[in-house]
Design a protein around this ligand. Structure first.
Ligand code: LRH
Length: 490
């Protein structure tokens, strides 16, 4: 097969990017053609995504991608999970809410009054996060927000719709709504148990309108061709397809984790740290529910069995707080200073809900430490050291728990995403677990997006194992050897 090019639009919580991927049987190159900030906006009714600006930047990025490489075969979109736009016909009814908006708390109470959390877990297999789509929709229903809506589009599905005029719900991301039925094999489309389908019973019991949920499609299928107006806007001279990728960013990232054995755990570390394993079957035990482990849908029907750890959000919100006075902070210098700290620092619970909302993170960390009789960090370097130590601690216990709950031994941990560049974090995670950490690739999400498109275009063939082989050959990971022996392996 000949090599060819595709474009990936990857929207993250802090920035979006458009990447050009060049893929062949034995080659894989990525080049960033556009990067733009993602700045949420707080208005009188809450915290929103500026989705129009994201779309404008994505389209502008596609235009420059095409100028660089007129032969692009397709485009794919991924973003963070759970958030959505409500539509009436082709009109978007208001700006999508940000999952860090506080309103979904009302939706949690209403939902759990209708369906017990244990029953919910048996139906959808999802960890409890108060912003899961089903809670947001419940809050929306209470406030009349669903009135007049005839469809709900998750963020990547919304962009796909604007690009092609076709409405669909890609399964990996739809699995984060809490409204897809989990089953023996979560993405067994068309299976008799309804696994991987919208859960009509659940939707009805929650009083949500079934008609707003679009047709489900699998990663790898073609959504449609670019609308003529869009094609003209970006200067496309020939028809261009939009391909559904693992549109949940974490699903795309997991595609590009260069795992070489089933005894590998992964940590997709960006704003969040998504820590877990790839499995063939969901784990729906009471222990798994109690540990708040999720069974999200992966590309090719695999299960992403993982737990959300707060992630680099703790660091980026701290930096944002310190920069409020107008100062610009060098992250490189800050991390070097953190690595040089020799005084013992507090290890706090990175998952404490107080860290969820945007705000003054250093003060919240200091409060947590004084409440728990832990040493309060005295300098920025100490705060950063404390954050990284706490993340490594949380990563370590999530890997151990994943291993215990699934019965799968873990002898290597892959870290991909922005966090894979954080040497201290990688080393401390290896130390915590007593197993090697393999770091990289940094752009795993965009790579996963590109690879799924490339497979649809026939530029590569095979299952995830062979796609990962290509990643491993072209982006050799950096190895961190544990500095202490394994005290206990899961
Ligand atoms: C990471 C992510 C994660 C979700 C969260 C909302 O970007 O998609 O997997 O839980 O954002």
């Amino acid at each position: 097969t000949a090599a060819g090019s595709v474009a990936a639009i990857d929207l993250g919580a802090t920035s979006g990017r458009v990447m050009l991927g060049h893929v062949g049987h034995n080659e894989l190159h990525l080049r960033q053609v556009a990067r733009f900030a993602n700045n949420p906006v707080r208005t009188i009714d809450g915290l929103h995504w500026n989705v129009l600006e994201l779309y404008r930047n994505a389209v502008a990025g596609l235009a420059s991608a095409l100028r660089d490489e007129p032969g692009i075969a397709s485009v794919g979109v991924d973003s963070w999970a759970v958030d959505y736009a409500l539509m009436r016909g082709s009109r978007m009814l208001g700006n999508p809410f940000h999952y860090r908006d506080e309103r979904s708390a009302d939706g949690v109470a209403v939902t759990h009054a209708l369906i017990d959390p244990a029953e919910l877990y048996a139906a959808n297999g999802l960890q409890f996060l108060h912003f899961n789509t089903l809670y947001q929709l419940a809050a929306e229903r209470l406030s009349g927000g669903l009135d007049g809506a005839d469809s709900m589009l998750l963020i990547p599905d919304l962009l796909n719709y604007w690009l092609t005029g076709t409405r669909a719900a890609e399964r990996t991301n739809a699995s984060t709504t809490g409204l897809l039925r989990i089953g023996a094999s979560s993405a067994a489309a068309g299976s008799t148990t309804g696994a991987g389908q919208w859960d009509d019973t659940l939707i009805e019991r929650l009083g949500l309108p079934r008609s707003i949920f679009p047709t489900l499609i699998d990663a790898g299928s073609t959504v449609g061709s670019l609308l003529p107006a869009v094609a003209a806007e970006i200067g496309a001279r020939r028809p261009l397809d939009v391909v559904a990728v693992g549109s949940h960013d974490t699903a795309s990232a997991v595609v590009a984790v260069p795992m070489q054995s089933e005894n590998s755990a992964y940590i997709s570390c960006g704003t969040w740290g998504l820590v877990g394993l790839e499995l063939e079957h969901p784990v729906l035990t009471e222990a798994s529910r109690a540990a708040n482990f999720t069974n999200e849908g992966g590309v090719d029907g695999h299960v992403r069995f993982l737990h959300n750890v707060m992630g680099l959000w703790l660091l980026s919100e701290s930096v944002r707080t310190w920069e409020r006075g107008g100062e610009t902070i060098s992250l490189t210098e800050l991390l070097a200073a953190a690595a040089a700290v020799t005084t013992p620092v507090a290890i706090f619970d990175a998952d404490d809900p107080r860290f969820m909302a945007p705000g003054d993170m250093p003060t919240r960390i200091a409060d947590y430490c004084s409440e728990h009789a832990l040493p309060v960090p005295q300098s920025r370097a100490e705060f950063v050291r404390s954050i990284i130590e706490s993340l490594a601690d949380a990563f370590g216990s999530a890997v151990r728990t994943a291993s215990e709950l699934s019965g799968r031994r873990v002898d290597v941990v892959h870290i991909v995403g922005g966090g894979s560049q954080n040497e201290l974090l990688c080393q401390l995670t290896a130390d915590r677990l007593g197993v090697p950490v393999l770091a990289g690739p940094v752009e795993a999400t965009a790579i996963g997006n590109v690879l799924v498109q490339a497979r649809t275009q026939g530029l590569v063939t095979g299952d995830l194992e062979s796609l990962r082989g290509l990643v491993a050959r072209t982006f050799a990971p950096v190895r961190y050897q544990p500095r202490v022996a394994a005290e206990r392996r899961g």
